[in-house]
Design a binder for this molecule. Structure first.
Ligand code: ZN
Length: 311
């Protein structure tokens, strides 16, 4: 068995790269900037150059590399064709073929949220399980669904787009995707702040949040932990929408564990407890005891999962 694997996570501002042993141990990680100019045409050659440099520095020969796994920020079909990655300027082309023109190694590509889920299943919060649903609460809401250790990316690459499940028919503002009432509009960091601001302007009740400049989701969780009633209401609304959405998901894929990550998940226990409360209220009785875990790999989930694509 060849000894090393590269795991790569292509993001809108940086590309994260990891060199792994085939047993899952991360040996080295580094980052390069994502050059987005000219529709991201330099991205692939930048990655190949930095990998070749790394091989040289580490005295590793190409024959010892099992393959390169890559997570890209957009929908991608089974054969490696990207279908528009707006964040990095990519249109429609086959990523695997473009890489292989420059470097002769096995290449596997998948969507970044799915790859992060795979990483958490392999070495993070979902370790030891084979049926995992990962939810990433950051600026947006991402998701990844793993059934029997396999990522479900669906026929349009949209499998696991949990953030765009409709959870409200009363929404008047539009989500980034063009629909209204998506989970992302309430459960993302941006969404939580928006809910708080709306509550603050619609009520006169006192709240420590009224004096906070540049309100963040962390301020709201901190206030809720200190029993600020308005903040508790905001977190409760988030828990209701997210917990109910996860109850729907459990009726479809019935995972062993939900892993929650992203910046918002730094809130910890209070988030898990609130989401779990509404999950249990709405879940089908057989899946009511589904576990909830916090993600453990942070920003490294993507490189771990990308490496796992090769194994
Ligand atoms: Zn949406």
């Amino acid at each position: 068995m060849k000894e090393y694997i590269f795991g790569i996570d292509i993001g809108g501002t940086t590309i994260k790269l990891g060199l792994f042993k085939n047993d899952g141990k991360l040996l080295d990680k580094w980052e390069i900037n994502t050059r987005k100019e000219l529709n991201g045409k330099y991205i692939i050659q930048d990655i190949v150059s930095t990998l070749e440099e790394k091989l040289k520095n580490k005295n590793i020969i190409k024959d010892d590399i099992m393959g390169i796994g890559i997570g890209v920020p957009g929908p991608i079909s089974e054969d490696g064709t990207v279908l528009m990655c707006v964040n990095i300027g990519w249109g429609v082309f086959n990523v695997v073929e473009e890489f292989q023109k420059l470097i002769n190694l096995p290449i596997k590509v998948s969507n970044d949220a799915n790859v992060a889920a795979l990483g958490e299943m392999w070495q993070g919060g979902g370790k030891g399980y084979e049926n995992v649903v990962m939810i990433t609460l950051g600026t947006g809401v991402g998701g990844g669904i793993i059934v029997n250790s396999k990522v479900i990316s669906g026929s349009h690459g949209a499998g696991g787009e949990i953030g765009h499940m409709n959870v409200s028919n009363n929404e008047t503002k539009m989500c980034g995707c063009g629909n209204k009432g998506c989970l992302e509009q309430y459960a993302s960091a941006t969404g939580i702040v928006r809910t708080a601001k709306e509550l603050l302007s619609n009520t006169t009740s006192s709240s420590r949040l009224r004096d906070v400049q540049n309100l963040s989701s962390k301020d709201i969780f901190d206030a809720a932990k200190n029993e600020d009633e308005l903040a508790i209401k905001v977190i409760d609304d988030l828990g209701d929408k997210l917990g109910t959405a996860l109850a729907h998901i459990s009726c479809i894929v019935d995972p062993e564990v939900f892993v929650i990550g992203g910046g918002v998940a730094n809130a910890g226990d209070i988030l898990i407890k609130t989401v779990q409360k509404y999950f249990r209220k709405n879940a089908f009785h057989a899946s009511i005891d589904t576990r909830f875990e916090l993600a453990k790999l942070g920003n490294d989930a993507g490189i771990y999962g990308a490496a796992k694509l090769i194994l």
